[in-house]
Design a protein around this ligand. Structure first.
Ligand code: PXP
Length: 248
């Protein structure tokens, strides 16, 4: 199976909100997250990721519903584990929901969702979403207890947090890669689809190619940054070309 690319387009909404926070639906409001989704599709994205945050700092509810109905790509809805977001997800019916931390108490040491610490709330959210046909992914640090808890929760997927890997220097990089390898192996053995994301860019992705069992990279910042030089369609295409070298 080729490594799939999920493109996170939240930054497009961040830019729009910088000027049009009070009138995101005005005809002047730009850039358009919907157009970004269509451009990502043209560049070969395999799915789109959007995150409606509790504070609505970038994507708005209307963006999510518009993208869901007008972009013919699988939609990954990133969401905090709150009643409000579960309610939106149950109406939106994305293909996937990726549960992410939004408040301090939900965060593990390095920034993933604390599934072990907030096990019951996480498992309940997983069940409610998956009962409604939404496949759930848990965004977790590459820590084995978190992977074990994810397996027990019934979620079908995990997304391994690659932020520490992306920030590592020198010999730390190998240590972070080793953690990702161990977490990917355990997740795969436990029957989970294993994805990865956060801080992956055009140059560091090669270092992740020794991690087995990866199904998808979720990438936002580096692709949107590159799009300011070459356009989003080309930026996505360039990332897909590099990802084709994943050997597993
Ligand atoms: N995966 C998750 C769960 C995220 O929240 C984000 C955005 O922070 C990403 C992947 C993409 O990260 P980046 O923008 O660093 O590529």
């Amino acid at each position: 199976m080729p490594l799939l690319l999920g493109v996170n387009i939240d930054h497009i909404a961040t830019l729009r909100q910088a000027r049009y926070a009070h009138t995101p639906d005005s005809p002047n409001a730009e850039p358009s997250p919907l157009q970004a989704g269509l451009d990502a599709l043209e560049g070969g994205a395999d799915s789109l990721t959007i995150h409606v945050r509790g504070d609505r700092r970038h994507m708005q509810d209307a963006d999510a519903f518009r993208i869901r109905s007008e972009v013919p790509l699988p939609l990954n809805f990133e969401m905090g584990v709150t009643e409000e977001m579960i309610g939106i997800a149950l109406k939106l019916k994305p293909d996937f929901a990726c549960l992410v931390p939004e408040s301090r108490e939900e965060v593990t040491t390095e920034g993933g969702l604390d599934v072990t610490g907030r096990y019951d709330a996480t498992r309940d959210a997983v069940q409610r979403l998956q009962d409604a046909g939404v496949i759930v992914s848990l965004f977790i640090d590459p820590d084995l207890p978190q992977v074990e808890a994810a397996i027990r929760s019934g979620a079908k997927m995990i997304e391994l947090h690659t932020g520490c890997f992306a920030n590592a220097m020198g010999s730390e990089v190998d240590q972070e890669v080793d953690r990702l390898i161990a977490a990917a192996r355990l997740g795969h053995e436990g029957g989970l689809q294993v994805n990865a994301g956060h801080g992956i860019n055009y140059t560091n992705l090669n270092r992740l190619f020794v991690v087995p069992h990866l199904a998808e990279f979720n990438i936002g910042h580096s692709i949107i940054s590159r799009s300011t030089r070459v356009g989003l369609t080309t930026a996505v295409r360039e990332m897909k070309e590099r990802m084709a070298a994943y050997p597993f």
